[in-house]
Structure formats: C-alpha cells, structure tokens
Design a protein around this ligand. Structure first.
Ligand SMILES: NC(=O)c1ccc[n+]([C@@H]2O[C@H](COP(=O)([O-])OP(=O)(O)OC[C@H]3O[C@@H](n4cnc5c(N)ncnc54)[C@H](OP(=O)(O)O)[C@@H]3O)[C@@H](O)[C@H]2O)c1
Length: 271
C-alpha cells in the first residue's frame, strides 16, 4: 500500500498527480492544499470522494501549518511515507513579461517578488522536506520529488537568452541546490531526492492575457522553438504527470539519480 503526499493538489499539475495516483485504490494519497474545503468539494464532484484521498491544509509560507499537516499525514499513513511530491510552487506574475533590468525599474516590487518566490519555492520546500523526513526514512520507497523548472537550467538561459521570469527561475535554481544538499545528507540512508521538471504544461496560465503580454511570451516561445525545433506546444497535465510518474518509478539512488535535475523525459531535454 504505497503512500504519497502531494502538495499543491488543488489544481494544475498537482491535481493531476492526485487524480492519477488515486486511480489505484491501493495507494493512499494525501493532498496538501491551501483551501481544504474547495479541494474536498472538487474531490467529491470529480473523483466521487475516493476513500484513498485525504485532504489536509497547509501553506508553504507558514511553518506551523506545514508541521501540523505533516503530523496529521503521519497519522493517516501510519507514521511512514513512501513518496513526497513537492509540487506546489509560486509562479510569479510580476516577472512574467519583462526582463530583469525592466523589473528593476521598480526595485521595491522586484525585491518583494524575489522574496515571495524564495519564500515559497525554496524555504517552504526545505521546511516541507525536513518535517516529512522522519516519515520518509520510515517508508519503503523513500522518494522525495521537487517540481523543478527546465527554465532554471543555466545553459538554456545562457545560450538562448531567455530573459523573462527572473524571480521564478532564480528561486527554482536555488531549489535545485536545496535538493542536491538533501541528497548529499540523506542518500546514504537510501532516500532519493530528485528535481523533476514537468515540461511546458498548459495549466491555464495563458488565459486572459493582454495582446502585449502575449507578445512578450511569444518572444520567449520563439526562443524555446530555437532550443527545441520539434516543439509543438505545451503538453497536458495528464501527459506530463504520466511521464513524470514513469521517471519517478525508474529513478533510484543506486542508478545515480540522487540530487539530479532532470525532465519528464528522464533527461535534460526540457520541452
Ligand atoms: N506548468 C508548467 O508548464 C510548469 C513548468 C515548469 C515547472 N512547473 C512547476 O510545476 C508545479 C505545478 O505547476 P502548475 O502549472 O500546476 O502551477 P499552478 O497551476 O499555478 O498551481 C500551483 C499550485 O501550488 C499551490 N501553491 C502556490 N503557493 C502555495 C503556497 N504558498 N502554499 C501552498 N500551496 C501553494 C497552489 O495552490 P492554490 O490553489 O491555493 O493557489 C496550486 O495548487 C510548480 O512547482 C511549477 O513551478 C510548472
């Protein structure tokens, strides 16, 4: 009876993890979300209140809420956890359409955006990993997966001059290092830590954009097309999660995957 914790399971990729993992009634899936009642309602309406789903509240910016969720989750899963999927993340809207030098014209706003991104995408994840570590160590599978972003690949940004999403990608690059540090400490005890990029996935971020915003993003997509000429557009959450689950199953400390930063394809091809 494998056990899973998925953060950010209210929508997007996290919801799809919840949906696919709970398809198997022998899996126990704990969803950690900010709005517990909204997610419970969605589970009731769309997944017929599957009994193997348990919804808990926590906010990555609130240590005590994470601590309470970890304690509650441990009671549900019998004190051990097989897979921790750290999916929740802050995808900043502030940094999405302008390069870092333009963002810097409003230094207070840039600083606030950098801090908010770091708080959620780095510090919150580190607290999450630490709080669940005793349960992961007691689990059978011992896999901790952080949702990374290929966009935070230094060589991609460097070679293709991808200048948008500075706060977001800086925080995701820092998350990769945090994952590597956890690997450095815990691989000896058999725990796999992995930074896993989902590819470019349509989770509704493009809805309702102005023409100017579309133009800005269009420029970035053109650069991605140069990077991956066969790119046909974003994948669905369903495809991405299916691919990621296959990578998660195949990855192991023994094979040298610990602390790595890889894509849903299991390599470093990001889209
Ligand atoms: N979509 C892509 O193309 C793509 C590409 C690369 C990486 N990723 C990464 O994949 C993950 C999921 O992406 P997505 O597209 O599904 O994002 P999304 O649709 O924006 O969903 C983000 C999720 O994170 C939760 N969340 C945000 N801040 C939180 C906080 N402080 N505490 C707890 N939960 C919080 C949100 O909860 P609420 O519902 O309460 O807001 C939501 O469930 C993210 O880590 C993202 O960086 C996505």
């Amino acid at each position: 009876m494998p056990s899973y914790v998925v953060t950010g399971a209210s929508r997007g990729i996290g919801w799809e993890f919840l949906r696919q993992l709970s398809n198997d009634p022998s899996n126990t899936v704990v969803a950690i979300v900010r709005d517990k009642s909204a997610t419970e309602k969605r589970v009731l309406e769309e997944l017929n209140a599957r009994p193997n789903i348990h919804v808990l509240h926590a906010n990555l910016t609130d240590y005590n809420s994470l601590k309470a969720a970890a304690e509650e989750s441990g009671k549900i899963t019998g004190g051990s956890l097989d897979y921790l999927i750290a999916n929740a993340g802050l995808i900043s809207a502030f940094d999405r359409y302008d390069p870092i030098g333009v963002l810097g014209e409003n230094p207070e706003a840039l600083e606030a955006d950098l801090l908010a991104s770091f708080q959620t995408n780095v510090i919150g994840q580190i607290h999450l990993f630490n709080l669940f570590m005793p349960q992961v160590l007691a689990g059978n599978t011992k896999k901790v997966i952080a949702l990374a972003s290929g966009h935070a690949d230094l060589s991609l940004v460097q070679k293709f001059h991808i200048d948008l999403a500075a706060s977001y990608t800086i925080s995701k690059a820092a998350l990769n290092m945090a994952v590597a540090k956890f690997h450095a400490q815990y691989s000896r005890q058999g725990v796999l830590f992995l930074s896993l990029s989902p590819g470019m996935v349509d989770t509704g971020l493009l809805a309702g954009l102005t023409d100017e915003q579309m133009k800005s993003l269009g420029g970035m997509v053109e650069k991605f097309m140069k990077y991956a000429p066969d790119f046909k557009g974003p994948s669905t959450p369903e495809e991405s999660v299916r691919d990621m689950l296959s990578v998660i199953e195949g990855a192991s400390v023994e094979k040298g995957d610990g602390g790595a930063f890889i894509s849903h394809k299991g390599d470093q091809k990001w889209i």
